[in-house]
Each structure stands twice: as C-alpha cells, then as structure tokens.
Design a protein around this ligand. Structure first.
Ligand code: GLC
Ligand code: MG
Length: 572
C-alpha cells in the first residue's frame, strides 16, 4: 500500500542540488568540503581533561584528535574556549581573542589547530556576537559611564518604567527564565538604568546599531581567520538586531525550543536587519584563501525562514533544528526531509542535519519520550525515566537515516557511543543557569554535557587522569566507554564508523534523494546506488527482492526482515 498522504512518492527528484550542475559543467572540480562535511561538535569542558582539574581542555582535545579521524569526521566545531566567568559555560565571553586558563593558553589553541590540519580535519570556532560577558571591559566601561554615554550605547540600556524607574523597560523574558532586564547602580551609587540580557544577567546584549560593535566583530573574525580557522558557528544568529522600538512582547519566546516563532515575529528574534551583518561578514571570509564558512545557529521556524540566512551572499550553512525536533514517525520524517531539501535548494545552499547538541536532550534519550510530545528542557530524577534501550535503538536508526541524506551532518560528542542524557543528575550539581533562573522548574541542559567516557575501568572513565569531573558521571557510563565498543561488531561506535566510511565511499553527502514507494510506516528512498529503508511500524518488513544488505542500525530478525525502529542500507 502506498502512503496517500505523501504524494509523488515514486522516484520523485527534488530540485537539483547546486553541486550537481557544478559537477556536470566542470567534471574535475569537486564540491567545497562544507557542502557534504560531517562536522563533530566538541564541548571542550566535557571532552577530555589533560590536567586533572575535572574540566576538559584544549591539550586534552589535541591528544584525542585521532579518535575523530578514526570515526570519520571531516571537521570539528569547538564550543567556546575564550576567557569567561563561565556564567553560561563560556557563552559569556570576556575576551574574544584569547583562551580561558581553564582550557589552556593561546599557544594550545594554535597547536590544536595545527594538529587538526595535519590530520586533514577542519576547525570551526564558536562566535558569540549577541552578547558579551558582563566581565567584558566594554561592559565595565558602560557601567562606569553615564546614561546616554557613547560607550554605554554599545549595549542596550534603557530607563526603567514607573515614577521611580524601578520597573523593567518592557516585559521581555530571558530565555533562561525571569526578566530579560537587570538594573545597575550609576557611578554615583544611585539605582540607575536597566540593561537587556536575553539570556543570563551575565550576558548583556550588544547594540548592533553601534558602529563600534560592527567593527569589533569584523576584527574578531579576522583575528581567528588569521590563526587559520576554517569557519565560525555563529551563536544566536537570529538575535543580534532587535526591533527598534523594543515593542513589548508577552508570549513565551523560546529560541531553544523553536516554539513561539510562528505567527507574528517576536521583536527580539529574526529581524530583517540581521542579514546585512552576515553579508558584511561573508565579504570578509571571501577575502581569505580556502573555503571558510559561517554556520548560523538560528532557532527560527519554519525552515523557509532559516533559508534566508544561507542565501548566496550570506552564511554557508544553518543548523536544521526543525529536523532535530521532528517526531519519530514516517510521515513526520518524510515531511521534514522534503521541506528541508526544498528550502535550501531554493537558495542554492546545502541542507544540514543534526540530532544532538549541547542545548538539547541527547537523541538516544529524546527519541524514547512519547512521540509527538513537546521536547522538555531537561530531565530530572523525579521525572518519568525514558526507556534507554528503546531510545538507543531509535537513535541508531535515526542516525543511520541521517547519514544517508545528502548535505552536511553535525554530530555531538558522545553520540557515537550511543550516550544517553544523564537523567538523574543530582540537582545540587546542576550548573546551567536555566535551573536557577527558572526558579527550579526547568532542569536545563547539564544532562547532555556530562564528561564523556573513554575507558570503562579508568578514573573518570578516562575523561581525565583523575576522578575529577565537573559534573558527576553516572555509574552506567562504563558500558558506553569507547574501549568497550572499539572493534566490537554491532557496537554503536562501529556502526557510526562503518556508516561514515560508506557515506564517503558512496558520495552520499553530494548525492540526490529520490523517494520510493513504501508502506505507510516505512520510509524508503534512494541516494545514488544506495537504497535506504527505515521501519517505523510495529511489524517487521521484508527486504525488497534482490536487495543486498550493506549496513543496518541493528540486527535483522532471524528470518531476515527489518524490525521496528531499524534503518537499513541496501544495494540493488
Ligand atoms: C546558544 C548556545 C547556548 C547558549 C546561548 C546563549 O543557544 O548554543 O548554549 O546558552 O546561545 O549564548
Ligand atoms: Mg583540565
């Protein structure tokens, strides 16, 4: 039976990808790396610790680069390692041109970049332009000056409402909970103006109408481009420009959920003025040799609005959060893949795919939550505990499906081990500002940030030389450790490795997707010589006649059929 809700299921080719025509017309040129790259996100504080302080660091990463080569990644994205009070795990930057002593020294960054380059790995660094840390010298200068002063106008300061000015200038809420405004004392000690912080109070929003702000970030881009980085992941790319009147806004504004952005556009997100900034940055990058890239972190829906950030004269890629949030059903996955390809094809950009990152519940846990339910912001000890086996099974199927799609894919450290979320983290260990700013109603993101296990029987599971770990690791980390999976047939790690090797050999990243006729609960398509099937249904389904099994996310049934929640790659 074919799925009537999905018209055109048979051998339908979406719009041509830009690189197809490039390949046709210049047979010797290969598409730029970023159109098909597999990019591995490193969250430095939780990847590998070299100095026993319980916090991962740059030398720790350098020592583990061979892991990424073995896995088959093309590039690394490093979350922030800059000097910071760590009010939001480094997304509060006090100095954009140095390394926090927690993570090492500038020379360690240079060495990391060089060692990565020597292994053919590209490096993308995180750029945080929406806000600085409140410990940034600019913010200190803003406080020391008076209302209206030029240096204060690099941020968004306003007088309070009410006769005494003791009410915030408007009702905007922080993404992490509570008001998005905090009041400061003026230099004479009297209660003074308020400043905007869409995130933590330690993250004052910059005023992107100020020419010094624009000039400063061009200079920061050049600083890291000159040090050899291949690109930037642009944090909160949809937030830099605010509606000029700072019009009040009461509905919840949740850029980390993607909700609340349908209908009228919130005055703090996705304003048309942001695009000029990225056009300017694109010209800066284009002035450098090599293919340097900009990647937008923009929690904007629908995917067509995301496409505006990756028009030919702006960024190169944007994260596809609609894909990350799609329900685990055949119709939902069909719809999101189709829409994603169409939206990015329309602007000539590659599609990206992502299932996990440092802001969301790891997909090995998320996919076990009730299908279609809203994505919670953190899971705690007194919440219903998701079924780990079900989650892992679906995560492996989802990942194998993702790797077969044309475009570029993002991985988050630890997912290659099948790591689940830490869902029973003691509340007193939590460090995400979401937990306290939400008045202990949202657990927040610590559960996906726990230091990862490398060796089952070593202190801190091989994260570092000692037992120290900035967030406690759960006891069941041993079974996920890399050394328990490496070389073990059927392990999640080996499933990833094989998939990435085949993806490269078969050119899946630069391929094209053709949907195939399939039963309702099955997704089926072709990419080049590969045929892909995912079974979302309750019953096993037979392999198509004559098909040869190339790879599978889990074992087939004893009689050779595809079980529930399994993806297979087939030839023929
Ligand atoms: C982005 C980051 C997130 C951070 C926020 C504020 O969404 O991914 O971790 O908290 O921006 O910088
Ligand atoms: Mg350390």
């Amino acid at each position: 039976m074919s799925r009537p809700a999905h018209p055109g299921q048979t051998e339908r080719q979406p719009a041509r990808h830009p690189w197809e025509s490039a390949l046709n017309s210049h047979e010797t040129t290969s598409p730029p790396w970023w159109q098909h790259a597999v990019i591995y996100q490193i969250y430095p504080r939780s990847f590998a610790d070299s100095d026993s302080d319980g916090i991962g660091d740059l030398p720790g990463i350098t020592a583990r680069l061979d892991h990424l080569v073995e896995l088959g990644a093309d590039a690394v994205w490093l979350s922030p390692f800059y000097p910071s009070p760590q009010a939001d795990a480094g997304y509060d930057v006090a100095d954009y041109r140095d390394v926090d002593p927690l993570f090492g020294r500038l020379a360690d960054a240079d060495r990391l970049f060089a060692e990565a380059r020597a292994r053919g790995l590209r490096i993308i660094v995180d750029l945080v332009p929406n806000h600085t840390s409140s410990a940034h010298p600019w913010f200190a200068a803003a406080l020391a000056s008076g209302p209206g002063d030029n240096v204060r106008q690099r941020y968004i300061f306003r007088d309070g409402r009410g006769p005494a000015g003791d009410e915030p200038p408007n009702g905007w809420q922080s993404v992490f909970g509570g008001p998005a405004w905090s009041r400061v004392p003026e230099p004479d000690g009297r209660p003074g103006q308020w400043y905007l912080h869409l995130f933590d109070s330690g993250q004052p929003d910059l005023n992107w109408d100020h020419p010094e702000v624009r000039a400063e970030f061009v200079d920061i881009l050049r600083y890291w481009l000159d040090r050899g980085v291949d690109g930037f992941r642009v944090d909160v790319a949809h937030g830099l420009v605010k509606q000029a009147d700072l019009a009040d806004w009461h509905p919840p504004q949740e850029p980390l959920s993607g909700e609340g952005t349908e209908g009228p556009r919130p005055p703090m997100w996705d304003q048309d003025g942001v695009h000029k900034i990225y056009q300017d940055w694109r010209r800066v990058l284009d002035g450098y040799p090599g293919d340097r890239i900009l990647v937008a972190e923009a929690w904007v829906e629908p995917v067509e609005r995301i496409a505006a950030y990756i028009r030919p004269d702006e960024m190169h890629q944007a994260f596809n959060f609609e894909y990350l949030q799609a329900a685990w059903t055949a119709p939902a996955q069909y719809a999101v893949v189709t829409r994603s390809l169409a939206a990015t094809d329309a602007v000539g950009a590659p599609t990206t795919w992502v299932l996990s990152n440092h802001d969301v519940i790891r997909h090995a846990t998320r996919l076990a939550l009730p299908i279609g339910a809203p994505r919670p912001r953190g899971i705690g000890i007194d919440d219903p505990q998701p079924d780990a086996a079900l989650g892992l099974r679906r995560a492996r199927a989802a990942t194998l499906l993702m790797f077969s799609l044309p475009g570029s894919a993002y991985l988050y450290q630890g997912e290659e081990l099948g790591l689940p979320e830490h869902t029973t983290l003691p509340d007193e260990a939590r460090q995400d500002p979401t937990w306290h700013r939400s008045g202990h109603t949202e657990r927040g993101r610590d559960g996906c940030r726990v230091p990862i296990p490398w060796a089952a029987d070593a202190p801190s599971y091989g994260f570092g030389p000692s037992d120290a770990s900035w967030l406690p690791q759960p006891p069941l980390w041993a079974e996920y450790a890399l050394d328990r999976q490496r070389g073990v047939a059927g392990s999640t790690y080996e499933m990833y490795r094989t998939a990435l090797r085949l993806r490269r050999e078969l050119g899946l990243g630069t391929g094209s997707l053709y949907w195939l006729e399939s039963p309702d609960a099955v997704l089926s398509f072709r990419n080049g010589e590969l045929r892909v099937l995912t079974n979302f249904g309750a019953d096993p389904v037979a392999l198509p006649d004559g098909a040869e099994l190339v790879h599978a996310s889990d074992a087939l049934t004893a009689d050779g059929r595809i079980p529930t929640d399994v993806t297979v790659w087939l030839r023929g």
